[in-house]
Design a protein around this ligand. Structure first.
Ligand SMILES: NC(=O)c1ccc[n+]([C@@H]2O[C@H](COP(=O)([O-])OP(=O)(O)OC[C@H]3O[C@@H](n4cnc5c(N)ncnc54)[C@H](O)[C@@H]3O)[C@@H](O)[C@H]2O)c1
Length: 480
């Protein structure tokens, strides 16, 4: 029986391995992690991450050919194929601080593999890593090899949180990069055989190592760029009276462009886009390509601009002050159908409003009070370390309360900010909400999910990103 071990039981390692175990009943899959709490949760009824469909997959295979363990060394030693899906945070100090990937966790995983291995192994990069990481890993492994043969493959993950299980069941493509030597090609084939159990042959792409590593960074950069492009347009729409939804639809009808990923919003978030683009920028700079680096940097700058613009709209509309005003925040996760808050735009929007002394009442169907307080007090980039190693502030933000109901959050509030596109926010009783709010009552829709005309009929002053402005807002420009 082929044995797979995955180091890192996070948003990628957990769901990916669960699907491999489901689709390949003849393969034993063990997911290991240094975080005891994560592994305990994977072995419990309450999985550590929320992902539609994940519970069913785990229930079907856990204890059959899917196992979660903290005994990292034992399972790595026994495996034929070792996936590495550990954190790759942005460096906060030293060379490349603020941009380069911190490969501390990767390197320690590689050294541990070298220490404990007694048989030949295929080591698969699942984490998103800078181009040429495979070369560094190869050096660590071969310099400590004790006669063991290692083949390094790059197999970046393209799943999107919120739809991870469906993405894993029906991937647009699976990408496998390896050395173009007989041993490298054999390793690529071995991994291909795993995916071939459920992925059609034409969707499994094989490339050289560097193309696979770079393709992941490039794909995320392209996706984020679409969002920044439509968000840049949304500012121009507000200035001219155009409607960004209509513009995006007309643009996307061009088959060369396509409709997907063209929704204007308060900005993109998630653990990958910003980190991967910063990483790309750093690689370009290191390779003497400042113009290319500058080009991609703009994608992040526009995203920051969009979040600032949103905060400025809120404050400017409310007589230029939100001091001591209660503002309801609906949604904190970076997108719907996930509890993940890593780099969520809600963090910057909340910090902006708190900077203007607002009182916030936050409701998200999947995010706990503890997580929100951690996010609002943590330093930039600190979130991307194993949970037990994250530095946390001993204080909490007192002006923030976290409640478990949208009606409670909006009671007596001056304004509602919608920051995540959860379906349930579309179906709220906005008349009831209006009746219980201070007047004038404002809705700032950062995801364009409410029917602005209906809300205006009720009496709200409504701001929707990139849409023709409410007459109230026209005289209150939000440019800082
Ligand atoms: N989240 C996504 O949607 C996504 C998608 C594609 C790729 N990625 C990439 O995949 C990688 C993992 O992302 P994630 O979201 O799963 O992160 P995560 O923080 O959820 O999980 C990483 C896990 O690795 C564990 N870990 C760290 N060092 C370890 C070690 N030496 N031994 C054992 N366990 C260790 C941590 O405790 C943590 O549980 C990152 O490089 C990320 O950029 C993420």
């Amino acid at each position: 029986m082929v044995k797979i071990c995955c180091i890192g039981a996070g948003y990628v390692g957990g769901p990916t391995m669960a699907v491999i175990a489901l689709k390949c009943p003849k393969i034993e899959v063990v997911v290991v992690d240094i975080s005891v709490s994560r592994i305990t949760a994977w072995n419990s009824e309450q999985l550590p991450i929320y992902e539609p469909g994940l519970d069913d997959v785990v229930k079907e295979c856990r204890g059959r050919n899917l196992f979660f363990s903290t005994d990292v060394e034992k399972h790595v030693a026994e495996a034929d194929i070792v996936f590495v899906s550990v954190n790759t945070p942005t460096k906060t100090t030293g060379l490349g601080a603020g941009k380069a990937a911190d490969l501390t966790y990767w390197e320690s995983a590689a050294r541990m593999i070298a220490d404990v291995s007694k048989s030949d192994k295929i080591v698969v990069e699942k984490s998103t890593v800078p181009v040429k990481t495979a070369e560094a890993i190869e050096k660590i492994l071969t310099h400590n090899s004790k006669g063991i043969n290692y083949q390094i493959l790059s197999n970046p993950e393209f799943l999107a949180e919120g739809t991870a299980i469906q993405d894993l069941f029906h991937p647009d493509r699976v990408l496998i990069g390896g050395r173009e030597t007989p041993a490298g090609l054999k390793a690529v084939q071995a991994l291909k055989d795993v995916y071939a159990q459920w992925v059609p042959d034409e969707r499994i792409l094989t490339t050289n190592l560097w193309s696979a590593e770079l393709s992941k960074l490039a794909a995320n950069a392209f996706l984020a760029q679409r969002i920044s492009s439509v968000n840049a347009m949304s500012a121009l729409c507000e200035a001219t009276g155009a409607d960004v939804t209509q513009v995006a639809y007309a643009v996307g009808k061009d088959s060369r462009i396509g409709q997907k990923f063209l929704n204007a919003s308060v900005g993109f978030g998630g653990s990958c886009f910003q980190k991967d683009i910063l990483n790309l920028v750093y690689i370009c700079e290191c390779n003497g390509l400042p113009e290319v680096a500058e080009y991609w940097k703009q994608v992040i700058k526009v995203n920051d601009y969009q979040k600032n613009r949103f905060v400025n709209r809120v404050v400017a509309s409310m007589f230029n002050t939100v001091s001591n005003k209660k503002i309801a925040v609906l949604g904190f996760a970076f997108k719907k159908d996930t509890g993940d808050t890593r780099e969520t735009p809600a963090i910057d929007v909340c910090k902006g409003l708190l900077g203007d002394k607002a009182r916030l009442s936050i409701y998200d169907p999947q995010v706990t009070e503890d997580q929100i307080q951690r996010d609002l007090t943590m330093n930039k980039f600190d979130w991307d370390h194993p949970i037990h190693l994250q530095p946390t502030s001993p204080t909490t933000v007192k002006q923030v309360s976290v409640v478990w109901d949208a009606y409670e959050a909006t009671k007596d509030a001056h304004a509602v900010c919608i920051l995540t596109e959860w379906d349930e926010f579309k179906k709220l009783d906005y008349k009831r909400i209006f009746d219980n709010m201070q007047k004038p009552a404002f809705v700032f829709d950062g995801r364009n999910i409410v029917n602005a005309d209906e809300l205006r009929q009720i009496g709200f002053i409504v701001y929707s990103i990139g849409k023709p402005l409410d007459s109230w807002l026209k005289d209150m420009p939000a440019v800082a």
